[in-house]
Design a protein around this ligand. Structure first.
Ligand code: CU
Length: 304
């Protein structure tokens, strides 16, 4: 009798937990009880391996449990039946050791090949994006009109230099930034991953991609090829402080034409911004030269 309230409490706890997770889960219309839809070439390959292992283990589980239950019932204790003592069977043992060994070896070889394929150098035509994580958000940097990303250095990070651009490298002058990751479909995207403060993590479930961003390092081996257009979310997956829960950025996978349009708009805006900054600088220099320090009445007062 005493176990009833215990069972009830346990059930209630499970119910509440399930309810809480239901509220927290992302809004998904398809594939509700499975991994979210795979949206890159690599993600589909990972899923093939995952599904193969899942169905294989499920089949082995059902098969072994069926045989087990069948013999459990067949040879149950009955009046008149005598126990039979078996000393083992070498032939059978060799077979049931060799089959799993062959399966495991096959999986090791296949998954190792897949791992090295996913970590192979990115293709030449990939779009390069510098992704900088910080407490608590993401900044993206793209190459400007010259098609070259400017060099970065961890020592150069400052309030005015959020990407840590090396001042001497002119290639970085026209680089433009964005708070959303806009990428073209069916084209490899090469990510240079950075962190300005603590360890963060680049995580996109639909891309089956999870990579830690480590301060002081450039993680340059992440690349992927989106297979469909749409909106995704880049979420930090490494508990990194009080605002971690809200550290996210939109990802937009668009067509090549849309990407080029967005890119040229950004390049133009950056050029205009640079022109305005140069104009303001020139104005400051000319004002300073028309009023040299010596002519400033204030300076005179100070001297007195
Ligand atoms: Cu983070």
């Amino acid at each position: 009798m005493r176990s009833v309230p215990c069972k009830f409490l346990f059930g209630a706890a499970i119910f509440l937990l399930a309810g809480a997770f239901d509220v927290m889960a992302e809004v998904r219309e398809t594939n509700l009880y499975w991994a979210p839809e795979a949206a890159t070439v690599g993600a589909k390959k990972i899923d093939t391996l995952l599904n193969f292992i899942f169905y294989l283990t499920a089949a082995v589980f059902v098969l072994t449990q069926t045989v087990y239950i069948y013999y459990l019932v067949k040879y149950r204790k009955r009046p008149g039946s005598k126990a039979y003592y078996s000393h083992g069977n070498n032939k059978l043992e060799i077979i049931w050791t060799a089959i799993p060994t062959a399966i495991f070896l096959g999986l090791v070889i296949y998954s190792n090949r897949l791992w090295s394929e996913l970590h192979s150098p990115p293709p030449e035509n990939s779009v390069k994006v510098d992704v900088v994580s910080y407490q608590f958000g993401w900044d993206m940097r793209y190459a400007g009109a010259d098609g070259q990303l400017g060099k970065v250095d961890v020592h150069s990070y400052s309030v005015d230099n959020k990407f840590g651009l090396v001042p001497d490298d002119a290639a970085g002058d026209d680089d433009f930034s964005s708070t959303e990751l806009v990428i073209p479909v069916n084209r490899p995207v090469h990510i240079y991953l950075h962190s300005r403060d603590v360890i963060h993590s680049f995580y996109v479930p639909q891309f089956r991609l999870y990579q830690a961003a480590v301060p002081g390092r450039t993680i340059a081996w992440v690349w992927f090829e989106p297979t469909r257009t749409g909106n995704f979310e880049l979420a930090c997956s490494q508990i990194c402080g009080s605002g971690h829960y809200n550290m996210k950025a939109p990802i937009r996978v668009v067509t090549q034409e849309e990407f080029e349009k967005w890119q040229s708009g950004k390049i133009q805006a950056k050029a205009e911004e640079a022109k305005a900054a140069a104009g303001a600088r020139a104005l400051r220099t000319s004002t300073a030269s028309t009023h040299p320090a010596g002519d400033n009445p204030r300076n005179k007062e100070n001297k007195l």
